[in-house]
Design a protein around this ligand. Sequence first.
Ligand SMILES: [Zn+2]
Length: 223
Amino acid sequence: MLFSIRSLLSLSIILTASGGFARTHDHPHKQAVIESIDTNTANLIDISDRIWAYAETAIKENQSSEALASYAEQNGFQVTRGVAETPTAFVAEYGSGRPIIGILGEFDALPGLSQKAVPFKSVLEEGGAGHGCGHNMFGTASLGAAVAIKELIEAGELKGTIRFYGTPAEEQFFGKLWMIRAGLFDDVDVVMDWHPNAETKAHVQSSLAMVDFEVEFFGQAAH
Ligand SMILES: [Zn+2]
């Protein structure tokens, strides 16, 4: 299965090198991150493959969300499921005090994009859902990065809190909006994420907030 270990490494290394955490030397931390990823690669690929196969769309990502939440729990994170009144949204946290560093992980699939695990178009189930833009990797690799940081905190190499946000319904209902409204991002110092792409690079584009509104038109109906 496709899995971008290099993207995962990039995210972890950016986190350790960002200066967000109190640090000693960059190099030992980078080496520790690389070793953490190497150690956990089989587990992470397994989770990514499972989420690919579940191919669950917005708000219905029960198995996908649970695969990530339980892995976080096995790795010593304190997990709160069903946050923001959304059954598949969760927060997993490790450490204490500041800084509080957030990492986002998405895991929902897209309707109508059922696809076999091959690098060309081949429908697995006619009309079924599929991972069109790699959210099976998105959530998994983000959590892998969070675990690598957690291990450094556990070893006393970094101070602070690492918080993984399991953010559902990215493709259809903007799941993060409800998590923001529930105040889950109020105390966080910085939030990072990544997305599968054709190349490995750091992306520092700005993002505009989205304001949703309804418009009602009156008059003669036309096409
Ligand atoms: Zn996407």
